[in-house]
Design a protein around this ligand. Structure first.
Ligand code: NDP
Length: 282
C-alpha cells in the first residue's frame, strides 16, 4: 500500500520504519529536512519536498506531529480530496472532532488514532493503536496500520480513540502513583525497591488485575453491594496515611482517594464496594 508519514520525530520515524519493514511503498515528509539522515531505512523511502507532495503521493497519509496546531498548520491549503488522513498526533476528543469536521469538509476521510506505545514498541505485538472516525477509511487502511501494532477500531465518533487513550493513561498513572508511594515507604527501612517490586508488589498487582473486570461490571450495572470488603471497613483501616506519616512519607497521593471513600461512606454508602466511588466523579 502507498503510505505517507508526515512528521519524523521519535514516533514518526518508528512508524515510517515499521511501514518500510512490512514492504509498504512509503513517502516521508518533515518540516525540518534531513531528519532521517542517520536512519538505516532512509534509502527505502521517498522524501517529499513539500507537504503537498507528501499528501499527493499516497492514499493513506499518517500524521505524527507535535500537537493539534501543527497538524492544522501542515495541512493548511493542501489538496486533501480523496485522501485518507490518519492522525496519530495526540489530541483531545474535542480536537479530534474539530479536525474531522475540518478535513472532511475538504474532501478527506478522517481517522483519528491514539498510540498506546513508545517508539521502540512500534511494529511489535506489544504496541496497540486505537482508532476512531470513518470506518470505511479505517478498513481501507487497516493492512498498512497493522504495521504499527494491533489496530483497534473504537467507533465512528472521531474522539473515541482520544478518550480511550486518556482513560488508559489515567489508569496507568493511578498505578504509577501507587508504585512511587509504595517505593517511598519500603525504602525508609532500607529495602531495595527492585526486590520489593519484583517479589511482592508485581505478583500482588497481577493477582488483583482480574478484580478490575468485576469492579467494571459493578459500575456498568450500578449495583455496588459489597461482596467481601465494604467501604466502611476500608476507610476505618486507613493504614496508608497513618503508616506513611509514621515513616516520614507524604501521603498526598493517596489522601484524595481516601477522602472520596470517606465522603461516600458519609453519604450512606458504607456497605458498597470500592467502585461506588465512581459516582462522586461523574
Ligand atoms: P517529537 O518531538 O520527537 O517530534 C515532533 C514532530 O512534530 C517533529 O517531526 C517536528 O518537526 C514536528 N512539528 C512540531 N511542530 C510542528 C509544526 N508547527 N509544524 C510542522 N511540524 C511540526 O515528538 P514524538 O515523535 O515523540 O511525538 C509525536 C506525536 O506522537 C505526539 O503527538 C506525541 O504525543 C505522540 N506520541 C508519542 C509517544 C512517544 O513516546 N514519543 C507515545 C505516544 C504518542 P521538526 O523536526 O521540524 O521539529
Amino acid at each position: 500500500m502507498r503510505t505517507t508519514v508526515m512528521g519524523l520525530g521519535k514516533m514518526g520515524r518508528a512508524l515510517a520504519a515499521a511501514l518500510v519493514d512490512r514492504g509498504h511503498d512509503t513517502t516521508v515528509w518533515n518540516r525540518t529536512p534531513g531528519r532521517l539522515r542517520d536512519a538505516p531505512f532512509t534509502h527505502a523511502v521517498t522524501h517529499a519536498a513539500t507537504a503537498e507532495d507528501a499528501v499527493a503521493a499516497s492514499d493513506v497519509v499518517v500524521l505524527c506531529l507535535l500537537d493539534f496546531e501543527s497538524v492544522v498548520a501542515v495541512l493548511d491549503g493542501v489538496d486533501l480530496r480523496n485522501r485518507t488522513i490518519v492522525n496519530l498526533t495526540t489530541a483531545t476528543p474535542a480536537e479530534a472532532a474539530k479536525l474531522s469536521a475540518l478535513l472532511t469538509e475538504r474532501g478527506a476521510d478522517y481517522v483519528d488514532g491514539g498510540i498506546m506505545a513508545i517508539p521502540s514498541m512500534i511494529g511489535t505485538p506489544a504496541a496497540v493503536v486505537l482508532y476512531s472516525g470513518s470506518e470505511q477509511a479505517f478498513r481501507r487502511s487497516e493492512s498498512a496500520l497493522q504495521a504499527f501494532g494491533e489496530a483497534r477500531y473504537l467507533g465512528a465518533a472521531p474522539g473515541m480513540a482520544a478518550l480511550n487513550d486518556i482513560a488508559m493513561l489515567t489508569g496507568m498513572y493511578g498505578m504509577f502513583g501507587g508504585f512511587v508511594h509504595a517505593a517511598a515507604l519500603v525504602r525508609t527501612e532500607g529495602v531495595a525497591v527492585v526486590e520489593f517490586t519484583e517479589t511482592l508488589l508485581v505478583p500482588w498487582l497481577r493477582a488483583l488485575f482480574p478484580a478490575l473486570v468485576d469492579m467494571a461490571g459493578q459500575i456498568d450495572s450500578g449495583d455496588y453491594t459489597a461482596k467481601e470488603s465494604d467501604l466502611s471497613m476500608q476507610v476505618a483501616n486507613d493504614g496508608i496515611s497513618v503508616v506513611s506519616r509514621a515513616q516520614g512519607v507524604s501521603s498526598e497521593l493517596s489522601d484524595p482517594l481516601f477522602a472520596l471513600m470517606r465522603r461516600r461512606v458519609e453519604q450512606g454508602f458504607g456497605g458498597d464496594d470500592f467502585p461506588s466511588v465512581v459516582e462522586l466523579l461523574s
